[in-house]
Design a protein around this ligand. Structure first.
Ligand SMILES: Cc1cc2nc3c(=O)[nH]c(=O)nc-3n(C[C@H](O)[C@H](O)[C@H](O)COP(=O)(O)O)c2cc1C
Length: 212
């Protein structure tokens, strides 16, 4: 398969110092809101990279659920591969690719577990089938086949019929990413893309332009 001829030129927008927000969370929210309004499916999907004890990076998509004043929140199973890796090594990198606007946002930081009360509160707001799905899945553990998985799901549905309170699995919950850097990439023509990186330095955010 030869993909050498797949090429795009980027002309959607620019990212200039004069228009930057001082705080990268504001810059992020501004870009995210404009992307969200396009109505793209899974606009809040981000790829997160983790590295556990084996030193091998692993990537997967999760959904960003909240942007706080000092962090970004996603939910998962703490006992999953990513959960275990993050407990061993809290360093994380998150990546958003907003193709329609020719933008990429790259974040590095560390994670902390959300409070259990916050996990409980959010779990209660999830749709019934998502609650059952979370309860029935030992995320990242092998299972014999699809039938066995569906049987587990149905057993939980019988035990907790719709309308009853589905208990949050012990190991289900959120991580907050506390960013150390945000890089905003805006595609430009002729590969002269704009790249601005914010890094946290002694309590303040410092910006630099990077070569594309
Ligand atoms: C669009 C999309 C959204 C997803 N959202 C989540 C999520 O919010 N939380 C989660 O744990 N997994 C989510 N997943 C599944 C993960 O990508 C991954 O398969 C799973 O978490 C197991 O990863 P792990 O074995 O590395 O822990 C999503 C996958 C896709 C494609």
């Amino acid at each position: 398969m030869d993909l050498h001829n797949i090429r795009e030129d980027y002309r959607f927008d620019s990212l200039l110092e004069a228009n930057l927000h001082k705080n990268p969370f504001d810059q992020f929210k501004n870009w995210f809101e404009t992307y969200r309004h396009l109505g793209v499916k899974d606009a809040n999907a981000m790829s997160i990279a983790t590295v556990g004890e084996d030193g091998i990076p692993q990537n997967r998509i999760v959904l960003l659920k909240e942007v706080r004043q000092d962090g970004l929140v996603f939910y998962t199973n703490y006992a999953s591969d990513k959960g275990q890796q993050l407990m061993q090594n809290p360093n994380i990198s998150a990546l958003f690719f907003w193709r329609e606007q020719e933008r990429q946002v790259r974040i590095t930081g560390t994670v902390s577990k959300m409070d259990d009360s916050e996990n409980e509160n959010y779990f209660k707001t999830r749709p019934y089938l998502s609650q059952i799905g979370a309860a029935a899945s030992d995320q990242s553990s092998p299972i014999k086949d699809r039938t066995a998985l569906e049987a587990k799901f149905q057993a939980f549905q019988q035990q907790f019929p719709e309308g009853s309170a589905v208990p949050k699995p012990e190991s289900w919950g959120g991580f907050q990413i506390t960013p150390k850097s945000f890089e905003f990439w805006q595609g430009r023509s002729g590969r002269l893309h704009d790249r601005i990186i914010y890094t946290a330095q002694e309590g303040a955010w410092v910006t630099k332009r990077l070569q594309p």
